[in-house]
Structure formats: structure tokens, C-alpha cells
Design a protein around this ligand. Structure first.
Ligand code: NAI
Length: 247
């Protein structure tokens, strides 16, 4: 139980990749703060997991609203007394070719995927620095490294998240807080279920390992980064993409 006694906060934790990461940490002993804009789903996921192990609590929060984020982090600290792990996972897509991309589609993706991650990271940094320990994992995307037509907003937000990861890693290292990112490729979730068959085939043709990734594929690497096994890693970006990008 490598996460025994640890408290992990996961944004966008009600479903998809965030939920599987939560399940993985919880299976290994972590208590969870499951944060999601979908309040009912966050609470249902927390209740379901709590039934089989360490305590989990669901919190309703839109990560794009800084006051909501600050209040949510205060509530988590009050409920659990500390915070050891942050998984910055909440994200959306609003795809469109860039010449047709509306201000609204651009701003929505930047404000949730990048600014939201910053708000949560900023709010947890102080208590983690005070505790002189913490592990933060930001969920970026392989398209931040290689680009993707139709996803200018998403690629820009995720590339920004990688820059945020590296700056935060340098700022927080001396206080014992590690900050890393993962860059998943094509992972089967509700987000990618929106792609049509042609887009799916085109995407898969770029994957050397020849299959879509699963949420478990992501959770394994995130769990490693959040654990003491990764105690000498900070500011790193690990691609989980079946070889779509090779650094
Ligand atoms: P998903 O759509 O299944 O889940 C996203 C979760 O985030 C949902 O529970 C949703 O309610 C929550 N959420 C959305 N906006 C929010 C907000 N403003 N505040 C709080 N919670 C919010 O998506 P999926 O596929 O599980 O993605 C999770 C993360 O992984 C995202 O950051 C996504 O960009 C990233 N990712 C996904 C890939 C994929 O192929 N599915 C590939 C690379 C990265």
C-alpha cells in the first residue's frame, strides 16, 4: 500500500482518466478528494470508492473559477488535515480549424485546461511547501509536443501546462515538492468517443504500438510519478502514447 496515509486531490476525477487514476491511488491506500464540475458524479464516485477502503469525499468545483478553487482547497484541507498529492486532470476539448475558431472556444479551453490547472496548483503549493513535501502531476497531452490540426486551443493550453510544470518544478523543488507532467496520446474515454471512425483510424495509424491507450495505461505512470519511486524526478514530461511521439 504505497499510498497508505496519503491524501490525493484529483480534478476532473468523476470519470475517465481522472477516475481511473483515483481508483489506482485508492487501491494502494490513498484517501481521495474527488473534485469535478459535475457535483453529482463526484459525490457518487467518492461514495462508491469509500465503500471499499480509505475515505473519499466528492467536491463540486469549476477549476476555471479561482474563488471556487480556493474555497475547495480550503475545504479539502479542513476535511483531511493535509494534502500530499495533486493530479491536475480536469480538461475539455472544443475542436475547430483555427481560422474558424471562435473566441469562446479558445477561451473555454485555455481557462479550464491551463488557467484552471494554475489556480489549483497555486492553491495547493502553499500547504505542500509548508509540509516540505508533495507530488503534483499535470495531465498534458502528446499533441502539446507534436501539434494537431483542429486543436490549436487545446495544444496551446497543454503546451502552456508543460511550461507551468517546469517553472513550478524549479520553484518548489527546494521545498520538497515535485511537479511532473504526463502527455497521453489517444486514450479511449468519453473525450475521444466524440471522434468519428475516419478520425479514429487516422489517429491509430500514427501509433507505433497499434492500439488506443486505456485509462489504466495512464494511471500506472501517474501513480509512479506520485509515489516515492519517483523521488528523484521533477520537471519531467512522460509521454504515454504508444510511441506517437518519441523524445
Ligand atoms: P473526460 O471528458 O472523460 O473527463 C473529464 C472530467 O473533467 C469530467 O469528469 C468533467 O466533468 C471534468 N471537468 C470538465 N471541466 C471541468 C471544470 N471546469 N472543472 C472541474 N472539472 C471539470 O476526459 P478524459 O479523456 O478522461 O480526460 C482527462 C484529462 O486527460 C484531460 O485533461 C484531457 O485533456 C487529458 N487527455 C485526454 C486524452 C484522451 O485521449 N482521452 C489524451 C491526452 C490528454
Amino acid at each position: 500500500m504505497i499510498f497508505d496515509g496519503k491524501v490525493a486531490l484529483i480534478t476532473g476525477g468523476a470519470q475517465g482518466i481522472g477516475r481511473t487514476i483515483g481508483e489506482r491511488l485508492h487501491k494502494n491506500g490513498a484517501q481521495l478528494a474527488i473534485v469535478d464540475i459535475n457535483a453529482d458524479a463526484a459525490k457518487a464516485t467518492a461514495a462508491e470508492l469509500s465503500a471499499s477502503g480509505a475515505r473519499c469525499v466528492g467536491y463540486a468545483c469549476n477549476v476555471a473559477q479561482s474563488a471556487e478553487v480556493d474555497a475547495m482547497v480550503d475545504a479539502v484541507l479542513k476535511d483531511f488535515g493535509k494534502l500530499d498529492i495533486l493530479i491536475n486532470n480536469a480538461g475539455i476539448t472544443r475542436d475547430g480549424l483555427l481560422v474558424r475558431m471562435t473566441d469562446e472556444a479558445w477561451n473555454a479551453v485555455i481557462s479550464i485546461n491551463l488557467t484552471g490547472a494554475f489556480y489549483v496548483l497555486r492553491a495547493v503549493a502553499r500547504p505542500m511547501m509548508k509540509a516540505r513535501s508533495g507530488a503534483i502531476v499535470n495531465i498534458a497531452s502528446v499533441v502539446a509536443l507534436i501539434g494537431n490540426p483542429g486543436q490549436a486551443n487545446y495544444c496551446a493550453a497543454k503546451a502552456g501546462l508543460i511550461g507551468l510544470t517546469k517553472s513550478a518544478a524549479r520553484e518548489l523543488a527546494s521545498r520538497g515538492v515535485r511537479v511532473n507532467a504526463v502527455a497521453p496520446g489517444y486514450i479511449e474515454t468519453a473525450m475521444t468517443a466524440k471522434l468519428n471512425e475516419e478520425q479514429r483510424k487516422a489517429m491509430l495509424s500514427t501509433v507505433p504500438l497499434g492500439r488506443a491507450g486505456t485509462t489504466q495505461d495512464v494511471a500506472g505512470v501517474v501513480s509512479f510519478l506520485a509515489s516515492e519511486e519517483a523521488s528523484y524526478l521533477t520537471g519531467q514530461v512522460i509521454s504515454i502514447c504508444g510511441g506517437m511521439a518519441m523524445a
